[in-house]
Design a protein around this ligand. Structure first.
Ligand code: FES
Ligand code: FE2
Length: 376
């Protein structure tokens, strides 16, 4: 899992002045809203003697630990009160927890889980349709028992659609089926492609006729490790743009916030059927992805047989290798090996300037020399 990206943590409406515990990147975080309405995200572990802050109380702009009542400021995680030392307490400089930058957009709370200064952070994806007339958005959430990289590679993969999604292909029944040559677009933070698919009309009773039998254009583009847009252009005018926010809960569970905008059938009564349909499609992926072996993407592509239609996946892996080389990949094996004896925290930006932290930052992977073979 990678630090130094924005991750969708929760829906905005679920974050109040009651603490909420969220597990991301294999660590616990506490989120709450302060008196001014600002959302804060802190490492959940109290540096005094390890209690769960999310089981404490929000006191104004601070969170109070349930064990001995120490209070930590939401804004910077610094301890402001140690009740057992009385009102004149001198607060030790190490009495602080990591506090992460947050942003609220598109009805979601995003937390920047990492230590990069603001000017170096990857962006939160732009959703130009969000404020445009003629678009309507729906949100659904789901969690897979799968590794995030397997899930992301599936999102990018244009060759699975024909076989995994009966409404988007013909299960290989057409003799002329072939993934067209892929044009992969690449930017600093992502890769992607748009492809022409042949597919039947949409099967849902209320969506019949939007597309008709025949070709449609579709494809997915990443923005950092945690965000992607899948564009489904059913016709030159009927479009669905699906913004997928992927948050690894841990190495074995992957949570998704799936925000879809559509510019057709925008009446609110269509929201439920649209989400129902999207969940069916997500579940078609889930049953395949949760059964992949090995559980993680192999470290070497010599242990797979990649072909031309996997091009976008090989390009995606190059980006991952680059982010790993920057020291952003969490060494989860080390974290898990000593978990019961040693706590870790994803480092926050303050660690770049303020020293003395009680809890060690998560170890990161030393990039390995891996063997990659070209697609055949
Ligand atoms: S463990 Fe949190 S105040 Fe003691
Ligand atoms: Fe799929």
């Amino acid at each position: 899992m990678f630090m130094n990206f924005w991750y969708a943590a929760e829906e905005s409406e679920n974050i109040t002045n009651e603490p909420a515990k969220v597990h991301m990147l294999g660590q616990d975080f506490v989120l709450f809203r302060d008196t001014g309405g600002k959302v804060h995200c802190l490492s959940n572990l109290c540096v005094h003697r390890g209690a769960s802050l999310a089981h404490g109380k929000v006191k104004g702009d601070n969170i109070e630990c349930p064990y001995h009542g120490w209070q930590f400021k939401g804004k910077d995680g610094v301890c402001t009160k140690i009740p057992s030392l009385g009102p004149d307490a001198k607060i030790p400089s190490r009495a602080k927890v990591d506090s992460y930058p947050t942003e609220e957009r598109y009805g979601l709370v995003f937390a920047f889980l990492g230590d990069l200064p603001e000017s170096e952070r990857p962006p939160i994806i732009d959703i130009p349709e969000w404020d445009q007339d003629g678009w309507r958005f729906t949100l659904m959430r789901y969690t897979w028992e799968a590794n995030y990289q397997r899930a992301l590679e599936n999102s990018l993969d244009p060759a699975h659609t024909e076989f995994v999604h009966p409404a988007m292909g013909y299960q290989g029944d057409r003799d002329d089926y072939k993934v067209p040559d892929l044009e992969v677009t690449a930017s600093e933070w992502g890769v992607g492609t748009m492809t022409i698919f042949q597919s039947p009309d949409l099967p849902h009773e209320k969506m019949k006729g939007i597309k008709g039998e025949g070709q449609m254009e579709a494809g997915t583009t990443m923005c950092g490790i945690s965000q992607a847009v899948t564009k489904l252009h059913f016709s030159p005018v009927a479009w669905a743009h699906q913004y997928t926010f992927t948050t690894p809960v841990d190495e074995h569970h992957t949570a998704r916030f799936f925000l879809q905008g559509r510019n057709f059938r925008t009446d609110p009564e269509m929201d439920a059927p649209v989400n129902e349909r999207n969940l069916i499609v997500a579940d078609q992926d889930k049953v395949v992805i949760e059964r992949l072996e090995p559980f993680h993407t192999p470290e070497s592509s010599t242990e797979e047989v990649l072909v031309k239609s996997d091009l976008v996946i090989t390009r995606f892996r190059e980006l991952l290798a680059d982010w790993e080389a920057r020291g952003w990949k969490i060494d989860s094996d080390s974290v898990d090996q000593f978990r019961e004896h040693k706590a870790h925290s994803v480092p926050s930006p303050a660690r770049r300037t303020v020293k003395s932290w009680a809890i060690n930052a998560v170890p990161t992977c030393v990039p390995k020399q891996t063997t990659r073979v070209a697609a055949e």
